[in-house]
Design a protein around this ligand. Sequence first.
Ligand SMILES: Cc1cc2nc3c(=O)[nH]c(=O)nc-3n(C[C@H](O)[C@H](O)[C@H](O)COP(=O)(O)OP(=O)(O)OC[C@H]3O[C@@H](n4cnc5c(N)ncnc54)[C@H](O)[C@@H]3O)c2cc1C
Length: 419
Amino acid sequence: MKIAVIGGGPAGMCAAGKAAELGAEVTLFEKNKLLGMKLGITGKGRCNVTNDCTPDVFIKNMTKNGKFMFSAINSFSSADTMAFFEGLGVPLKTERGNRVFPVSDKSRDIVLALKKYVLDNGAKIINEKVTELVPAETGEQKISAVITEKRRYEFDAVILCTGGVSYPTTGSDGDGLRFSEALGHKIITPTPSLIGLTSDDRCCAEMQGLALKNVAVTVCDTAKKNKTIYEDFGEMLVTHFGVSGPTILSASAHMRPMEKDRYEVHVDLKPALDEVKLDKRIVSDFEKYKNKELANALCDLLPSSMIAPVIARAGLDGTKKINSVTQKERRALLETLKKFTVKISGTRPIAEAIVTSGGVAVSEISPGTMQSKKWDNLYFAGEIIDVDAYTGGFNLQIAYSTGMKAAESAVESLSEVIL
Ligand SMILES: Cc1cc2nc3c(=O)[nH]c(=O)nc-3n(C[C@H](O)[C@H](O)[C@H](O)COP(=O)(O)OP(=O)(O)OC[C@H]3O[C@@H](n4cnc5c(N)ncnc54)[C@H](O)[C@@H]3O)c2cc1C
């Protein structure tokens, strides 16, 4: 049972370790000198290993093709992942939002544990770039060999785990998608997910560097009569290009298709105060600063870089004395605080995306086995598949669950052939 695993990220390392553990003769091909380069930068170097949740909650946190993951997540769940890493000697801790990290806060510990899993089970690692998968000449729907930049290797089965196309300097630059397409697989065009959003709104440049904590974010689709497509609460960052931060990254997964000026982000800057309470708060601030100009009276309500943009949005004059601000003007200020709109022009480039949406179409992969429906001995695992999820450890869990599932299925299928 000779199995080739292509790609030494989390999906590939799980697949290689598992297939070897089950008795196959496994070769893991990785084009970088080191395994798990992207894994090493996850969670800002801390690696959000998984999310401590049930399979049902996991599927609810998927942003594309959640149902496809049903079998894989039920056979290797978040609980299994935690037991797996603890078993490999990496103690874990759970933080806000059930996000699981190594106690050491070092993603390197996760990379090394997976590498150990691969090597301890006897899989071989070859640091060569795969350039082609060769179909069998027998007429069977099988892959017979893997060609690298150096030579040709014969195999009984291949598990393709080359990742998506984001952060290409880590090695995930779409090779596997090209191989799959050459083999006749349908590829759903890769688009960025969990990505910063660009805006031509001048206010972003004025407010860049601002971290807005505890704001309510609503995304509306103007092509669908301003339908609300996403709501969240938490942190948002204003940057030189537009907006980013946790709420925005999650929102980006819902803004499909991305079209210029199609989506608007509405920010409630004071979500804890309803309109009546907020008005009272404004009145009390106006009382405190009654002899000042409007622009100098909002310092308790807003961060300084937001004062001028908010006043401009509300159509007010910042030099106006507080004691002459009308009720109508106060109302305009309140409405702007409750709904500060940023028009979205697009996303940052896919190379900067946390996750690639798109990839090998799930309609051509069996969800119970990760086996290609076109090639009998070809399997897929990880981000190469057209599935993706929110931040929180879910994307790495996709890699482990599909990697384990692909390995088990490949070994089982080859065992049947041998018997
Ligand atoms: C900055 C950042 C932070 C992230 N943080 C988190 C987080 O904290 N938690 C989380 O759940 N997810 C996180 N993610 C997402 C997560 O890293 C990916 O979903 C995950 O790495 C996908 O695993 P994979 O094994 O499918 O692919 P990858 O990790 O992309 O691995 C693919 C491997 O295949 C190799 N390869 C490609 N082509 C070839 C070839 N032709 N020959 C040989 N080898 C090849 C590549 O070099 C690479 O090592 C983050 C992503 C980024 C970019």
